[in-house]
Design a protein around this ligand. Sequence first.
Ligand code: ATP
Ligand code: ZN
Length: 302
Amino acid sequence: MTPPAQPRERLRVAIQKSGRLGDPARELLASCGLTWRESRDRLFCYGESLPVDLLLVRDDDIPGLIADGVCDLGIVGRNVLVEHGLAREAQGRGVELTEWRQLGWGTCRLDIAIDEEQEWTGPEQLAGLRIATSYPHTLGRWLAEQGVQAEPIVLNGSVEIAPRLGQADVVCDLVSTGGTLRANQLTPVTTILHSEAVIAGPGRTLDDGRQEIADLLLRRLDGAVQLKESRLLMLRTARSGLDTVLGLLPEGHEPTVMAVEGRDEVALQMLVHGPVSWARLEDLKRCGAHNLMVLPVEGMLA
Ligand code: ATP
Ligand code: ZN
């Protein structure tokens, strides 16, 4: 399919209709101030607050829709994007799609998993084996890098039961907690791809007025992501212990230190990027800080 010849002044973003990435993708876009009117078939959402429309599709279709110019951007797992890119390359139809942003959620790994009773000695062990997977190109690339010849068995679902059904010897499948593998007496032994949800787009700027809309959206998105990751850390400490406490603070903005009325104490507050671990709070407490509090940030305007 060739890209539509009609100039298009609206941005079209493909997201998963249902499944693991659908709701978080929609929530992320909504946190950028986007609102939509849904079509009756619930496959298309018309952007009301900004000219950004959504197309709700199966995740596997997202890279193809972008490559064909039907959509401008998509929110999809890196695993799907990489597999699509390699498949296209194998057909000699190389269209470069890139990750415009990494979103930090939807994280999972594409792992090789073997019978839990077996010992893992290394990739050479896979030589000549049948490997069930939905990601034959990504697996093929990894096997080639390892210099190992094996036989990919392509399955579109229920990969983890293939060894029990005698269809394959081992599997190459997506894993987040490993629970599904364990339930099938399989154990992950090596990771061939680390994945997360990404914003996928073409490897070039968009045509018409769409790059401008995309820039606006990405700026809002970066702000929304930063806000979501921000926390306010508050604590009190004796004035004499302040230097020690300052040395233990997590990464973030410079702290504000305030005198506490009528006490030889100071109150401290700082904006932190990312979560503050229990271990960090315990360290601070051990060094004299008390009344420790970590609060979410609802809004921010520097
Ligand atoms: P669709 O109907 O859209 O094709 P699907 O069944 O292929 O849905 P989901 O199971 O919803 O897809 O997974 C979507 C994406 O979520 C995966 O491609 C992957 O990037 C990510 N993901 C995160 N954790 C896992 C996991 N444990 N198993 C599978 N996918 C995961
Ligand atoms: Zn899918």
